[in-house]
Design a protein around this ligand. Structure first.
Ligand SMILES: Nc1ncnc2c1ncn2[C@@H]1O[C@H](COP(=O)(O)OP(=O)(O)OP(=O)(O)O)[C@@H](O)[C@H]1O
Ligand SMILES: [Mg+2]
Length: 410
């Protein structure tokens, strides 16, 4: 039977499991999807292990049933305000006599760049090489075999709060699964949503979830920056609940059915019913009022994202503009509001380049889950030591993983 890959997206509002396998062309074929409500997370962070375990079990079980396979290993996403990331560089002298750069030189350069102080409460989850400088030649993607005496590399390092990683891993383990890898959620989403040419000319992917809004910035086909903001669609729902006096679950339904972020697309006289609370009668509320509640909150979230992108220093280099994904990107009118905020072209990013269960999986809500499977497929067969992508053609994100964190817990 073909090897399958399970992506587990432990989100603030839903836990989703996607199971995929290689299709006949070596691409990604989604064969299973399971979704369970998430009651154990706040702002992307596990606050109740038991509820998270239940959600994980039920999402994976559903996906397994649909796929007709049993899963033991899962690729897991992580987000939350505890995430910190930064760029670093490292330099080494090329060792071989002939001055030809070897895999070993590359590994030493990456090790040198990744030498960060071992802080007790932080774990490094990813070290992503961006590019290399051989003597004076900059922007080299694969230096192996080139001649030179000095090899420098730039890497993007992602670290998480130790307890946050532990609680994610513990929840997965208690549910009966093994963590194959932990991936920052916007990085996973980028894999399923972004096109290679977008990553080349510069793009910011913004995944608007329920509790977090996550950003990944790419330029020259390399990951340049990642950010997590502790705000998302749940805040919009809460504002609606308060603004039109209705319970949260009804506000959520109303947001999805009638919600709009852009007042310019809402007509006067478009009313919708709001169920009465505590025996009161149903009321009619206009979409104009609903939009006046939604717009400022959406603008606020996008403004936070804009500030983060500006701080990254890449705002003027985003040739492909902004791609919005995650459930929050499904809100009507969000694209035009985002274009106003970012002053960049904005598109809604759907997961793509996969076959199989397209109908159920082709939603921005599943960008992370599908991206996690794609990540698993990318690093498949890459020997542990070679997870610099050095021994595999076609892997663009030269992933080097620090495995200590998992060895500690499993
Ligand atoms: N059709 C829709 N219109 C508006 N908002 C929507 C729609 N569908 C989903 N959402 C919103 O998207 C959010 C959930 O998105 P998503 O599933 O990506 O989040 P999550 O992964 O659970 O959370 P996070 O990534 O923050 O941990 C919710 O706030 C939900 O209200
Ligand atoms: Mg999410």
């Amino acid at each position: 039977m073909a090897k399958h890959f399970a992506g587990l997206d432990i989100g603030t509002t839903k836990i989703a499991c996607i199971i995929a396998e290689h299709d006949t062309d070596g691409g990604t074929k989604v064969i299973g999807r399971g979704v369970a409500p998430s009651h154990g997370l706040r702002k992307g962070v596990v606050v109740n292990i038991d509820k998270t375990v239940q959600g994980i079990r039920s999402a994976v079980r559903e996906a397994e049933m649909i796929a007709g396979v049993d899963t033991s290993e899962v690729y897991v996403g992580i987000a939350g305000e505890h995430v910190q990331s930064f760029n670093k560089s490292g330099v080494v002298a090329v060792k071989s006599d002939g001055g030809e750069i070897t895999e070993e030189d590359v590994r030493r350069a990456i090790d040198n760049a990744s030498a960060v102080p071992n802080l007790k409460d932080r774990e490094t989850i990813s070290i992503v090489p961006q590019d290399y400088i051989v003597d004076d030649q900059i922007g080299i993607k694969d230096p192996i075999g080139m001649s030179g005496v000095r090899l420098e590399t730039n890497v993007h390092i992602i670290t998480c709060g130790t307890t946050s990683v532990q609680n994610i891993c513990k929840s997965v383990e208690k549910a009966g699964f093994v963590v194959a890898d932990v991936v920052l959620e916007p990085v996973a989403s980028s894999k399923s949503v972004l096109e290679q040419d977008e990553r080349e000319i510069g793009v910011a992917l913004i995944d608007i979830g329920g509790g977090t809004t996550d950003i990944a910035i790419y330029l020259d086909d390399s990951l340049r920056d990642t950010r997590v903001i502790g705000l998302g669609g749940e805040y919009v729902t809460k504002d609606i609940a308060i603004g039109i006096r209705t319970p949260i679950d009804k506000a959520e339904e109303i947001k999805k059915k009638y919600g709009c972020a852009d007042p310019r697309v809402v007509q006067t006289g478009e009313d919708f019913p709001v169920p009465g609370v505590g025996g009161r009668e149903e009321r009619q509320v206009s979409r104009e009022i609903l939009t006046s509640i939604i717009e400022p909150r959406v603008e606020e979230i996008l403004n936070y994202a804009y500030r983060e992108i500006q701080q990254s220093g890449y705002n003027d280099m985003l040739g492909a503009g902004i791609v919005l994904t995650g459930g929050g990107s499904l809100l009507e009118g969000i694209q035009s509001v985002a274009e106003r905020v970012f002053e960049h072209p904005v598109k809604i990013g759907y997961p793509q380049n996969f076959t199989g269960l397209i109908d159920v999986a082709k939603s921005p809500i599943h960008a992370t889950g599908i991206g996690l499977c794609m990540h698993g497929m990318e690093i498949e067969n890459v020997p542990e030591k070679g997870r610099g992508g050095l021994e595999v053609d076609g892997i663009k994100d030269l992933w080097v993983k620090i495995k200590e964190v998992f060895q500690k817990y499993f």
